[in-house]
Design a protein around this ligand. Structure first.
Ligand code: CMP
Length: 137
């Protein structure tokens, strides 16, 4: 079993897609270990996306991620990191395959509905950023 970190981003929550995304997560066979609806501060978003701090989209990304409530989740499944990235589809919804979440619910590369960790070390950092140990037991 593997765990990964996921976000249903502010655009998807605002448009009322959270329930449908959760249904797709369950239908795909993930166990939702824990989840929480939060509103990130700009500072928290900057800390979360620290690896992107030099990228030109960093200011817009952290503004967007702190613009409204989002849902943070821990998902568990065999090969969960890859499985969740496959279900999300490409970062840019315009390039995402049919049947993926970003194709269905994303509007643009900035408003792309969901986030997922890209590797085991990233998943460990991202899960630890939002959840305490007891919430993940
Ligand atoms: P996410 O998986 O949350 O990781 C970083 C986010 O930056 C990404 O999804 C996109 O929403 C956003 N982003 C904006 N522009 C780009 C870009 N050119 N390349 C990658 N990510 C981008």
């Amino acid at each position: 079993m593997e765990r990964t970190f996921a976000i249903i981003k502010p655009d998807a929550v605002k448009k009322g897609y959270a329930g449908r995304v959760l249904a797709r997560i369950e239908a795909a066979g993930f166990t939702v270990c824990t989840l929480r609806m939060i509103r990130m501060s700009k500072r928290e978003a900057e800390g979360f996306y620290y690896v992107h701090r030099e990228r030109p989209f960093f200011a817009g990304l952290t503004d967007f991620m702190s613009s409204g409530p989002c849902i943070v989740l821990c998902l568990e499944a065999p090969d969960a990191i890859k499985k969740w990235r496959d279900l999300m589809g490409a970062t840019d919804p315009a390039k995402a395959s049919d049947g993926t979440l970003r194709k269905e619910f994303g509007a643009s590369i900035d408003n792309n509905a969901t986030h997922g960790s890209d590797a085991p070390d990233t998943a460990a950092f991202e899960l630890g950023y939002f959840f305490r140990g007891l919430e993940l037991s």
